[in-house]
Structure formats: structure tokens, C-alpha cells
Write a protein that binds this ligand. Structure first.
Ligand code: XMP
Length: 326
């Protein structure tokens, strides 16, 4: 019978046949697809693989550590970390238009990845073993969506921060091409990846950069990261991670409202909760979360995150609203 173990064995054999003794590079985004693809390749060819993680500073609380510490501990992979938080903050300074933010983040991501790649390449070449292959976490639905043929891997290249340049000199390794998302998660679990990585809900490549309505600053990122961590922790302890497709937490950085807290008046920012249920993100409905859960999230965020004095719930379906606010 067809088990997850079979899938792992078959993919490992295919990867070995394709790659031989060559070196391989793989970008990690913090998401489940790139992590599982990398873990499969690691299982197949071990030290021939080098993973690259560009930390753009737009991930949620704990996510960089999940890659740098937990993923490495689970797989033993060679990881090259590019700490690029400053690069992204300065490129985004003063920018509030959503599509401009996406373009900037996408462009800087490619530049940062290419710089990391060059550093790894020159080391590999010095050792007489140039890198020939690039791993991509393309899933079966991506292949279908683009009409099937070769080159399907590039379907999301303008959309995803993981998108890579067209003039790529690498051959692609795509071990997830035949799999659906739930199979990818099962393979990840089979390979021993941490539950936080395997069970991660969808999260946009441009990250928290498109969840701050207004321009992106370090201070705003810190506020949003703390509010988001509280909301996610409460959703998880309510046992609703599977029921909720994703729950963007959005900082309305350009909006302030008057409040009263402790011994005085506040003038702070609102946080929007955007829990949705969906099959495929093309359409969505707002999730009817229990009131007591919403109350807990609201109380905790307003009490624990200085500068946030109001929590609001988005009750718009998609359409007409999109899932993200930007
Ligand atoms: P929207 O907001 O269009 O989102 O309803 C649909 C799904 O796509 C995700 N999303 C993105 N993912 N880069 C990504 O990789 C992006 O620029 C981007 N924008 C939205 C969103 O989180 C939801 O799952």
C-alpha cells in the first residue's frame, strides 16, 4: 500500500539518481514546502546539500529560530544564514504602498539570496565541486495551475518572496512535484521535522511587511510580532489551528484611537484579527471564533503590548475582502 514511508523512499531514490555526486543548494523560507523539500534532499545526499536562509526580519516570533535551530537539529543540514534585517528595513523605509512593498521585498530577497549563493559557490568551487542543482518546493497544485510542462516551478516567482531569477544556471530538483499539501506535511512529520514547521499555516512571503498598514519600521514590527504571537498562542491553546485556515494579525500603524488604561488616557494603534476559513485561499469566510477566545486575545494584547489599545475583528468574507489587508 501507498504510505508516507514509500513516498520518502521513492523520492530519496529519485533525488540520488538525479543529483549523483553533485552539490545542491536550497533556499529555506521558514515555510513547510521548502523545509520538507530540503529535508528530503538532505536525507538523500547529506552533505552535498547546503541550505540558505535569508532572514529578512519580517518573520513572526520564533520563526527564524525554528529554521536556524530546530530545523538544523532535526536534519543535520548545512545551513548558511544571511542576516539581512538591516537591508530590508532600509529598503522599505518610508514606503507604505502595498505593491511597492512587495516589489522591494522581492527584489531585495533575490539580491540577498544571490549574494549568499555567490559566497557558497566560491567556497564550493575552491573545493573543486561547483553547485549544479537548486531545490524548489513546487507542489502538484502549482504544476497543474501552470499547465503542467517544465518551467512550472516559476509560476510563483513574481508572487513569492522565494521566487528566483529567470537566468538561473542551476538544474532544478523538485521532490514535491507529485504531492499535495497534506502529503507534504505527512512527509515532513515522517522525516522528523518539528510540528511548528510541519503544521505551519499559510504565511505570505513578504511576511509582516504587508501586515503593517503604513510604512515598516523596527518598532512597528516588534509591536506586531508580539501581538501576533499572543493571538497565535491563544488560537493554538483553544485547539482551533486546524479549523482556521490562517489568521493574519494586522497592525493599523497609521491609525490611532483614544483609550483609557490604568491611570490615564492612551492614544494607541489598533490591531486587526483576520481569522478565515478556506479551502484554497481563493475564497474565504471569516471564522466564527468563540467569544471567550476573542476576549482572551483582546485582553492579553491590550495588556501586554504597549502601544496597542484596541483589538478589532475583521468580519469580511473573500470576496469582497482579500485575506491579507495589503
Ligand atoms: P489574499 O490576500 O490575496 O491572499 O486573499 C491569498 C493567500 O495568499 C497569501 N498571500 C501571499 N503569499 N506572497 C505570498 O507568498 C504574497 O505576496 C502574498 N499575498 C498574499 C495569503 O497569506 C493567503 O494565504
Amino acid at each position: 500500500s501507498w504510505t508516507t514511508g514509500n513516498i520518502v523512499e521513492e523520492q530519496v531514490a529519485r533525488i540520488r539518481a538525479q543529483v549523483g555526486n553533485s552539490r545542491v543548494i536550497c533556499g529555506l523560507s521558514g515555510g513547510v514546502d521548502s523545509a520538507v523539500a530540503a529535508a528530503l534532499v538532505q536525507r538523500a545526499v547529506g552533505d552535498q546539500l547546503t541550505c540558505v536562509f535569508v532572514d529578512h526580519g519580517l518573520l513572526r516570533e520564533g520563526e527564524a529560530e525554528q529554521v536556524e535551530r530546530d530545523f538544523v537539529a532535526a536534519t543535520g543540514v548545512n545551513l548558511y544564514v544571511a542576516n539581512e534585517q538591516e537591508r530590508f528595513l532600509s529598503a522599505l523605509a518610508g514606503v507604505s504602498d502595498p505593491e511597492t512593498k512587495r516589489k522591494i521585498i522581492g527584489r531585495e530577497f533575490i539580491r540577498a539570496f544571490e549574494e549568499a549563493e555567490r559566497a557558497i559557490m566560491s567556497k564550493a568551487e575552491a573545493e573543486g565541486e561547483p553547485i549544479r542543482f537548486l531545490v524548489q518546493g513546487t507542489l502538484y497544485p502549482d504544476v497543474v495551475e501552470s499547465g503542467g510542462g517544465e518551467g512550472a516551478a516559476n509560476i510563483k516567482s513574481h508572487h513569492n518572496v522565494g521566487g528566483l531569477p529567470e537566468d538561473m544556471k542551476f538544474e532544478l530538483v523538485e521532490p514535491l512535484r507529485a504531492l499535495f499539501k497534506d502529503e507534504v506535511r505527512a512527509v515532513g512529520a515522517e522525516l522528523g521535522l518539528p510540528a511548528e514547521i510541519v503544521g505551519r499555516q499559510p504565511f505570505p512571503g513578504p511576511g509582516l511587511g504587508i501586515r503593517i498598514v503604513g510604512d515598516v519600521t523596527q518598532e512597528r514590527l516588534d509591536l506586531l510580532r508580539r501581538a501576533d504571537a499572543i493571538a497565535r498562542a491563544e488560537l493554538t491553546s483553544a485547539g482551533l489551528d486546524d479549523e482556521v485556515w490562517q489568521m493574519p494579525v494586522v497592525l493599523l500603524a497609521d491609525v490611532r484611537s483614544v483609550g483609557v488604561q490604568g491611570d490615564g488616557r492612551t492614544y494607541g494603534h489598533p490591531i486587526v484579527l483576520r481569522p478565515v476559513s478556506s479551502e484554497d485561499a481563493m475564497t474565504a469566510d471569516w471564522s466564527r471564533l468563540p467569544y471567550d477566545l476573542l476576549a482572551r486575545i483582546s485582553n492579553r494584547i491590550t495588556n501586554e503590548v504597549d502601544g496597542i489599545n484596541r483589538v478589532v475583528l475583521d468580519v469580511t468574507s473573500k470576496p469582497p475582502g482579500t485575506i491579507e489587508w495589503e
